[in-house]
Design a protein around this ligand. Structure first.
Ligand code: URA
Length: 188
């Protein structure tokens, strides 16, 4: 991790900015290359992530790792992975608007510091947050957007948990979205 990301992770590790702090084991700040061109943003840690302090290490993460390897010949260490909220919502419930708002500055600073060319949002929460829309992921995905200042590419796709539930069709669309994201990375 870069020094600035490390400092931010240290700051987050003692965060009490919302009620999720009370139930967490670990703050799951983010992982991967601090200079990645490609950054993934999920929803929030689950039980495994809360135990280990690393995003996407449970079943969803294993699928993400597999898709990265199969579609992009990439390892998770080649990209950067973070979540909208850094602490596990109890019982894996959805993160609430005030929790998302409290955690947003960490995500914004991660984006500034990693400075990826392309952000892949995994599922509704990160896609809606970064695009500032109420449109759901099924309608949003299938194309790339520009977002933020400085402007970056954003490629929304399904959350891997949806692919685990949804089967071959969801998985095929996720694969296409990853390839779309990588083409934008290569285009610079
Ligand atoms: N789901 C997420 O959105 N993030 C994780 O880190 C794990 C599961």
């Amino acid at each position: 991790m870069s020094t600035a990301l490390q400092a931010l992770a240290a700051e987050a590790s003692t965060c009490t900015g919302c009620r999720l702090a009370a139930g967490r084991t670990t703050v799951v700040f983010g992982s991967g290359s601090p200079t990645a061109d490609l950054m993934f943003v999920g929803e929030g840690p689950g039980a495994r992530e809360d135990e280990q302090g690393v995003p996407f290490v449970g079943r969803s993460g294993q699928l993400l790792d597999r898709l990265l390897a199969e579609e992009l010949d990439m390892d998770r260490s080649d990209c950067y992975i973070a979540n909208v909220v850094k602490c596990r919502p109890p019982g894996n419930r959805d993160p609430r608007p005030d929790e998302i708002a409290a955690c947003r500055p960490y995500l914004e600073r991660q984006l500034d510091l990693v400075d990826p060319t392309v952000v892949v949002t995994l599922g509704n929460f990160s896609s809606k947050l970064l695009l500032g829309t109420d449109v759901g992921i099924t309608k949003l995905r299938g194309q790339a957007y520009r977002f933020g200042d400085p402007e970056r590419h954003l490629v929304p796709t399904f959350h891997p948990a949806a692919a685990l539930r949804g089967g071959a069709d969801v998985l095929a669309r996720m694969r296409a979205d990853l390839v779309r994201a990588w083409m934008l990375v290569e285009a610079g």
